[in-house]
Design a protein around this ligand. Structure first.
Ligand SMILES: [Zn+2]
Length: 465
């Protein structure tokens, strides 16, 4: 379908211009003043047009536990998360939709879902998530979260040698599941991508990493993992490999221009240089880093070293929302306290570019999306500049990033197809989704976690608490 936006405000060097945009067969065909209307006319007056953002790291199924896990560091928070009964596929479907709705309504048009798989129903979990993202029409990068070591192996041993239970599924079975998922569901042209996504050095063997590298090379897949999110993981890497986690991943060939790494809080200067040399991408998840007390990722250092950085919300029980504009705001201004020289601080325009082009680069799709350029696919968002939270009229991008905008997305398109019109999602019935989320949940308070009690004393001892 073809359409033309008339008179939208578009950022240009040194300011804004009022321009028209023609979209033909899902691609941006022209950007200029006074263009002829091709197809449907879209009123862009008093609206800001930006490329869609990428929610570059999340775990959709955590939607069901948001708000309920007490303030705990990652390792104990995870133990608490694992206490919850495994989900069923219908819940996975609903939480993927919930994640997509919040991402879209905060300016995102793509999501990287580091998807937790239901044991024994791994392919069903992926299938139902693909269905959810196809129905709502968001561009999806589904990264099935895999590991091949049991949970306790993710905590440093300290002085005492620890014995861990074997993981319930073998490495080769896990890799076979991912390969089958790639064959069945990886359809980049249709906006559905499968990634190899070993969760991180804390719970994966060499065999799982090398198997993922092999699949990534054979099927041209992006790679996605957590990396050095906590101080405990920094210690664990030293115990496990005798070097930093980054040096290890570089040595085995995991780092590349199609590798995106969530968190990257505990990296050394040498690690940062390795990320720059390998053209790896850092996904900044400021809200979960704050929520879990993981630390402040050295984002300004990454940028100075030439490392590409994008933004993620992270899973909805460590944030506990999927508001990309919030992640972009906090993820930008947080670093002003880490660097006295304000010339390095992130400007609102830079933040917008990190969230769009930065996200696209991390998924090696920056030739297709991530900027307002002729020839790129139309993943576009129109913001309503007459909304109270974007008034009075000042710098639209400045207020979008630094203010507290809400319900400001007027229209959004993914691959040229409209998913939001007049501020409402039009591809699915959101009222029904709300009803389902309500019916399938209960109000509850935080309970003492059996999982936390099991590991807490060891964690406190290893961390010197
Ligand atoms: Zn995560």
């Amino acid at each position: 379908m073809n359409w033309t936006i008339k008179k939208a405000l578009i950022p240009v060097t040194n300011g804004y211009a009022t321009l028209d945009v023609q979209v033909v067969d899902g691609m941006i065909a022209a950007i200029a003043p006074n263009l002829e209307v091709i197809g449907t006319e879209v009123d862009g007056e008093n609206k800001l047009l930006l490329p869609g953002f990428i929610n570059a790291h999340t775990h959709s199924s955590e939607h069901w536990q948001r708000g309920v896990i007490p303030p705990l560091p990652l390792e104990l928070w995870l133990a608490n998360l694992y206490d919850f009964t495994p989900l069923d596929t219908e819940q996975v479907y609903l939480s993927a939709l919930g994640t997509a709705v919040e991402t879209l309504l905060s300016g995102g048009t793509s999501v990287v879902d580091h998807l937790v798989l239901i044991p024994g129903q791994e392919l069903e979990t992926i299938a139902i998530t693909v269905r959810a993202y196809r129905e709502i029409g968001i561009r999806a990068f589904i990264a099935p979260l895999i590991q091949d070591e049991s949970f306790s192996a993710g905590i440093p041993s300290g002085e005492v040698e620890q014995i861990h239970d074997p993981y319930f599924r073998s490495t080769s079975e896990t890799l076979a599941i991912i390969e089958e998922a790639v064959i069945k569901f990886h359809r980049p042209d249709e906006g559905i991508n499968i990634l190899v996504a070993p969760t991180g050095i804390q719970l994966c063997t060499d065999g799982l990493f090398t198997g993922c590298i092999e699949l990534s090379n054979r099927y041209d897949l992006c790679r996605h993992s957590h990396l050095l999110e906590t101080k405990a993981q920094e210690k664990l890497a030293q115990e496990k490999y005798g070097c930093s986690g980054v040096e290890y991943l570089n040595r085995i060939g995991y780092l590349s221009d199609r590798t995106s790494l969530a968190h990257c809080v505990w990296l050394t200067d040498a690690d940062i240089n390795i990320l720059a040399e390998t053209q790896s991408t850092v996904v900044h998840n400021p809200l979960s880093n704050l929520r879990l007390g993981s630390g402040i990722a050295p984002i300004l250092k990454y940028r100075q070293a030439g490392v590409n950085v994008s933004f993620g919300c992270d899973g909805a029980s460590s944030n506990d929302s999927q508001d990309l504009l919030e992640a972009i705001k906090i993820g930008s201004i947080l670093h002003n306290v880490t660097e006295l020289d304000y010339q390095y601080w992130i400007t609102p325009r830079e933040a917008v570019e990190m969230a769009s082009l930065g996200g696209a680069k991390g998924l090696k799709i920056d030739d297709k999306i991530g900027s307002l350029s002729v020839g790129k696919q139309a993943d576009l968002v129109l913001y309503d500049l007459t909304h109270l939270s974007l008034l009075p009229r000042t710098d639209p991008i400045g207020l979008l990033v630094l203010g507290r905008p809400h319900n400001v997305v007027s229209s959004a398109w993914v691959n040229g197809k409209q998913v939001i019109a007049n501020g409402e999602i039009i591809s699915i019935n959101v009222a029904e989704l709300r009803q389902e989320l309500f019916n399938r949940s209960q109000w509850k308070t935080q309970q003492k976690s059996a999982g936390v009690m099991q590991i807490e004393s060891r964690y406190r001892q290893v961390m010197g608490l």
